[in-house]
Design a protein around this ligand. Structure first.
Ligand code: F6R
Length: 234
């Protein structure tokens, strides 16, 4: 794993953008994207750049079950708001959280990933080491599936909802196996509350207890992290 240490999220966004840009210049056509706070500065760099994404495809990691794209808390809405409305892609895919049929929704998404192999995947990481919504214990060969969110993830997400009881308890998420198929991966992490997860990802054993530790087995991963997130590395 390559580690780029940055002084803050602004610099992290710039470092990540430089990789995105050079990959696109070298022919990348499919970006795997994440929601949450970590990629926001990258998306700001992308929207204020002169890069053109209208020939590209994006595939997002996950979506809450039960939320439509028009719901302001949905990940689809987040992506429209932070990126797609300003810089449209040719095709942008997000799992269909409004489809209650989990089997149909997840197998349709696996077909999308198969048809659009991801050149560059952007990831954040949960405090418990989750990537996408692959919580501890998720199988490393997993495909897209319906997952229950852990208490720690529900608690972390409560800040986006009026009441904790409004936080969805399930999501459709790409699996660790699908993430590992991306040609290149960038993981963004900032802040002290990510330090344990980053230490487990980089220095810990490769174990399903820390889903992000699977990345040790990927040939092209770059971590872009600030000092606080790096503070527990060996
Ligand atoms: C979001 C996602 C999650 C987040 C993670 C970190 O699509 O898949 O794994 O990347 O929970 O979230 P932030 O960046 O808000 O700390």
């Amino acid at each position: 794993m390559k580690i780029i240490k940055v002084k803050d999220t602004q610099m992290g966004g710039k470092e990540a953008f430089n990789i995105v840009k050079s990959d696109i210049e070298n022919g990348a056509k499919v970006l795997g994207l994440a929601t949450g706070s970590s990629p926001i500065t990258l998306y700001n760099e992308m929207t204020s750049s002169d890069l053109d994404f209208s020939n590209m495809t994006s595939v997002n990691l996950d979506e809450y079950v039960g939320l439509k794209p028009t719901n302001e808390q949905s990940y689809h809405y987040f992506m429209n708001d932070h990126l797609f409305n300003k810089k449209p892609f040719k095709n942008s895919y997000v799992p269909d959280g409004s489809n209650p049929d989990a089997e149909a929704a997840t197998s349709a998404y696996d077909k999308i990933i198969e048809d659009n192999p991801i050149d560059l995947q952007i990831l954040g990481i949960g405090r418990n080491g989750h990537i996408g919504f692959n919580e501890p214990g998720s199988p490393f060969d997993g495909k897209t599936r319906k997952v229950g969110l852990t208490e720690s993830t529900i608690e972390a997400n409560t800040r986006f909802f009026e009441d904790e009881k409004d936080v969805p308890r399930f999501a459709y998420s790409m699996g660790v196996g699908s993430i590992m198929k991306a040609k290149k991966i960038i993981l963004l992490a900032y802040g002290e509350n990510k330090a344990d997860a980053i230490a487990a990802t980089v220095d810990g054993p490769v174990t399903e207890d820390c889903p992000a530790s699977a990345l040790q087995n990927h040939p092209d991963v770059t971590l872009i992290i600030d000092d606080a997130a790096a503070s527990k590395l060996k």
